[in-house]
Design a binder for this molecule. Structure first.
Ligand code: XMP
Length: 512
């Protein structure tokens, strides 16, 4: 396995994605991790990520000595390369010729990183993002590629099996970057690339059995990808020792609750408690207009109802959660200070402490797309595995202002038409999230010969890789016209449709 030491780059997770895609298991740890832990992990190779600092700064992050003491292959990327050179006796300077974005490197020598892809004399497109650069190599290193802004774009010390690249091979804008990383992990380190989802499934099932023994596990099911995959995997491991609790808060989309029940009871034969808590949720939300109060109310009720149902079961020793790897990576931050709460995201965090249960988290080593792959491996229908993210507070945060059953019914109809059209046009998988928002305004319209005075709605569709930033999906106007005309014609009570063209930032994906 490979260890990735994180120096705070925005794209460190992509390094892990690329390495895992090549069938090699890896983990990301902060550069400040203590030496004993790194030794115990026994990595066969180490990758040093990029980062925002300058090695010339007094408090710049350093590569821990253990990295060099382990005698395993090391690949430094961007800041990682600079820090490696700086610490091994080379020199780094801040240079006027900064490189950001697309650049080219000229391959001047052969190198183990190039096998089967890059050849001497060739020119390769890469993605650069650096202000500093290496100006003198440490003893033992040679330059194997150069760029306009970096005389040491790729460096190698084949004796010590240490390599450095000034650019980012992990991003898609470096077309052969994945091959370069693969040459490092497979060629230099000698990994076999046998880490697959089928293998992970077997390993994880054994691990769950060992952890749980003959104990009982409860799992909160939402119908989303993560909790669904976790539930099916755990069920495969321990069968009826697992009970799922599905709290229906009355703010789901059309048909969703029925589908969850049908899939998990019918198809997978999983013990499932379906608690229709819509009256409770909707009466607590009556008249509530403040988005944060909505979120907190919903979060609190989820926990209360879940606990109530768990108590009826007579409790259990274990609580299953669909925690993913991005939630457990210890982040490296150079900004300091607390960050501002934009929205208090609702999840069932806090439950385990309150319920004094041990956690079963079979997905905590996986990225979202790996969870999807595992779900397919487990035979979970594409409609669930490929589903867009849906927020815990559901449709309640897609109706600005107070919500009620009538507004929810209207919004469900709009949402259904929009998604039907998106699926029909084959666009669903190209979009990160698409949904409708019911606006709390009425506007005047004309239908036939009559005047209408009805609600307006907004449609939103964005592309994103992690929900942290998002771009508006560029539908063609013909598509939008068709959707708008279907909505106004088919959904009584809506007479105006708008398309939200705000990216994130400055907008957020949800409206509340
Ligand atoms: P925003 O609106 O903050 O959303 O740009 C980013 C992503 O998070 C989802 N989201 C939530 N997910 N509970 C969740 O489980 C929440 O309270 C919540 N609020 C927003 C949102 O749908 C988007 O994918």
């Amino acid at each position: 396995r490979i260890l990735i030491l994180d120096f705070g780059s925005q794209v460190t997770q992509l390094i892990a994605r690329r390495v895992r895609e090549s069938g090699v298991y890896c983990e990301i740890w902060p550069f400040s991790t203590d030496a004993a832990r790194i030794r115990a992990f026994a990595p066969r190779g180490i990758i040093l990520s990029g980062g925002p600092a300058s090695v010339l700064d007094e408090n710049a992050p350093r590569i821990p000595d253990v990295v060099f003491a382990l005698n395993v292959p090391v690949l430094g990327i961007c800041y990682g390369q600079q820090a490696m050179c700086f610490q091994l006796g080379g020199a780094v300077e801040t240079h006027a010729h900064r490189e950001f974005g697309r650049a080219h490197v000229d391959i001047v020598e052969d190198c183990a990183l190039f096998r089967g892809t890059w050849t001497r004399g060739g020119r390769e497109q890469v993605w650069m993002s650096h202000g500093d650069r290496v100006t003198k190599l440490p003893p033992g290193f040679r330059a194997v590629a150069v760029s306009e802004g970096a005389p040491y774009a790729i460096i190698a010390d084949e004796g010590r099996r240490m390599y450095g690249v000034q650019f980012h091979p992990e991003v898609v804008h470096t077309p052969h970057g994945a091959a370069l990383l693969r040459n490092f992990t497979h060629g230099v380190v000698g990994c076999q690339g046998t880490w697959t989802m089928a293998g992970f499934r077997d390993m994880e099932i054994a691990r769950i059995r060992q952890q749980v023994g003959s104990g009982r596990v409860i799992c909160g099911l939402s119908g989303g990808v993560d909790s669904s995959v976790a539930a099916v995997l755990i069920h495969e491991a321990i069968g009826d020792q697992l009970t799922c609790i599905f709290v229906d808060p009355g703010i789901l989309r059309a048909g969703e609750a029925e589908e969850v029940v049908k899939t998990f009871r019918g198809r997978f034969n999983i013990k499932l408690i379906h608690r229709d808590a819509s009256d409770l949720f909707l009466s607590a939300l009556e008249g509530v207009t403040d988005p944060e109060v909505k979120r907190k109310t919903i979060g609190r009720l989820f926990v209360e109802v879940f606990e109530e149902e768990a108590a009826k079961l007579g409790g259990a020793e274990f609580l299953a959660q669909g925690t993913l790897y991005p939630d457990v990576i210890e982040s490296v931050s150079f900004t300091g200070g607390p960050s501002v709460t934009i929205k208090s995201h609702h999840n069932v965090g806090g439950l385990p402490e309150r319920m004094k249960m041990q956690l079963v988290e079979p997905l905590r080593e996986l990225f979202k797309d790996e969870v999807r792959e595992l779900g397919r491996e487990l035979g979970i229908p594409e409609a669930i595995v490929g589903r867009h993210p849906f927020p815990g507070p559901g449709l309640a945060i897609r109706i600005p202002g107070a919500i009620d059953r009538d507004k929810l019914a209207l919004l469900r109809q709009v949402d259904t038409v929009f998604l039907e059209e998106i699926r029909g046009a084959g666009l669903y998988d190209a979009i990160w999230q698409a949904f409708a928002v019911l606006l709390p305004v009425r506007t005047v319209g004309v239908m036939g010969d009559g005047r209408t005075y009805d609600y307006a709605c907004a449609l939103r569709a964005v592309t994103s890789t992690d929900g942290m930033t998002a771009d508006v999906y560029p539908f063609d106007i013909g598509f939008l016209n068709r959707v708008a005309s279907r909505i106004v014609n088919e959904v009584r009570g809506i007479n105006r449709v708008t398309y939200d063209i705000t990216s994130k930032p400055p907008g957020t994906i949800e409206w509340e």
